[in-house]
Ligand binder design. Sequence first.
Ligand SMILES: *[C@@H]1O[C@H](CO)[C@@H](O)[C@H](O)[C@H]1NC(C)=O
Ligand SMILES: *[C@@H]1O[C@H](CO)[C@@H](O)[C@H](O)[C@H]1NC(C)=O
Ligand SMILES: *[C@@H]1O[C@H](CO)[C@@H](O)[C@H](O)[C@H]1NC(C)=O
Ligand SMILES: *[C@@H]1O[C@H](CO)[C@@H](O)[C@H](O)[C@H]1NC(C)=O
Length: 413
Amino acid sequence: MHFNTLLLVISASSVLSFPTKPQPIHLPLQFIKSKRLTKRDIVVPLIEDVDLSELAVKVQIGTPAQEFLLLFDTGSADTWIPSSECSPSNGCPAFLNHFNTSASSTYEALQDEFLITYGIGSASGHYFKDTMSFVINDQEKITVNQQTLATVNNAVGPISDQNQETDVDHIILDGILGAGLPSGTVRYLQDKGPKYDPFPISLYKAGLIPNPVFSISMNQDKGKLILGGIDTEGISEKFVYTDLVNSSSGPSRWSINVEGLQFHNHKAVDKSRNFKFNQGTPFGIDTGSNFMYLPRALANDLAVSITSNGTFALNEDGVFTIDCQFQSSLDSVNIYFKSSIDHNNTNINIPVSQLISKRDSDGQCLFLFIPSDDKFILGNMILRQFVTVFDFGDIPRIGFAPSKFPPLLITGD
Ligand SMILES: *[C@@H]1O[C@H](CO)[C@@H](O)[C@H](O)[C@H]1NC(C)=O
Ligand SMILES: *[C@@H]1O[C@H](CO)[C@@H](O)[C@H](O)[C@H]1NC(C)=O
Ligand SMILES: *[C@@H]1O[C@H](CO)[C@@H](O)[C@H](O)[C@H]1NC(C)=O
Ligand SMILES: *[C@@H]1O[C@H](CO)[C@@H](O)[C@H](O)[C@H]1NC(C)=O
């Protein structure tokens, strides 16, 4: 992959003077998948566990640039960073990078307040506009002017709870990069304010990437984000696409309608079992979560089917423990949805072996689907099986293709 350095350092406003077609941008995503899971952490934030995912991307904000490492989150649409006024007692530990608005000559304050709540935690502060860049490497970056962002003066939850001393191997995240859709920003969705374009969409509208898509691959210990293109080298089969859940103001989240799940027993088809929904049920496709979240009854029925004799237990942390021999299961779970192309039912397939993780602190095996009150989410531990395409074109949709480099099983030491 060769980049035209000139093109990459120019700003959005001057792009028209360079007729060169932009190329997709490849960025590494730092992804620690097993270390934290095997520690106490699986037991802690079982909902919207933004601190476990650590699908991190480096950005620069302001002039001169101030650098941040942000969680790349398809489950939210607003990007926020701690403000230099946010103290440790307000949830911004000193080891986080803080954004000093007075030190940026391109900073523009906005009136709108910002308040976002996650499954666990929240962040509040103010919206502003400033220059924002993805850092490609030491020499190259790709920059949008006047990106709408938020600085946070008060935070509660996983970003605040990071601990530099005890979290060995923990990459410290400074904030969150919301890679969602304009209709999903809290300013629009909750506060009825104007829509704005989240950063990946701004890159496209500024002509800095060639197509209105990004794709995410999580191979083993590294992730890859391609902006404006698709990781076609990393797939073993074709993509299947499905449209986003729509609403009167258009799709607001990276969320797809699922028609049902199927437990597929590879030897005894009569032991396969269908869990068909009465109607399309929205599933969030969320890189800011780790696990698959299902309503309790469904999660339980799936566990019963997979273990056939019902030897599983819900432990005190709300996670199913099972016999580790299921790590070599040849059965699978299919997730059904309607194809964007012909509207026929199609599916993605997740081997049962990939739905199980062994915790090395106690050797217990756990299912990666977690019973919840009413959540339907596919998080990183599921998405790592696929190259996932997030297409924000005229008819927004998500595509999945099985990864050619499936993750290593997490089997402990
Ligand atoms: C923020 O930047 C201004 C201007 O450069 C500087 O005077 C001030 O000390 C900085 N504040 C912090 C908290 O670093
Ligand atoms: C979403 O729904 C709105 C309102 O019903 C409609 O105008 C629009 O075309 C739909 N968009 C998509 C992508 O289906
Ligand atoms: C249930 O099945 C598991 C896995 O096949 C096996 O390890 C276990 O011994 C069985 N338990 C009973 C009570 O049959
Ligand atoms: C989709 O469904 C239609 C109508 O049921 C059928 O004729 C067609 O062959 C299906 N397409 C594929 C690719 O299976």
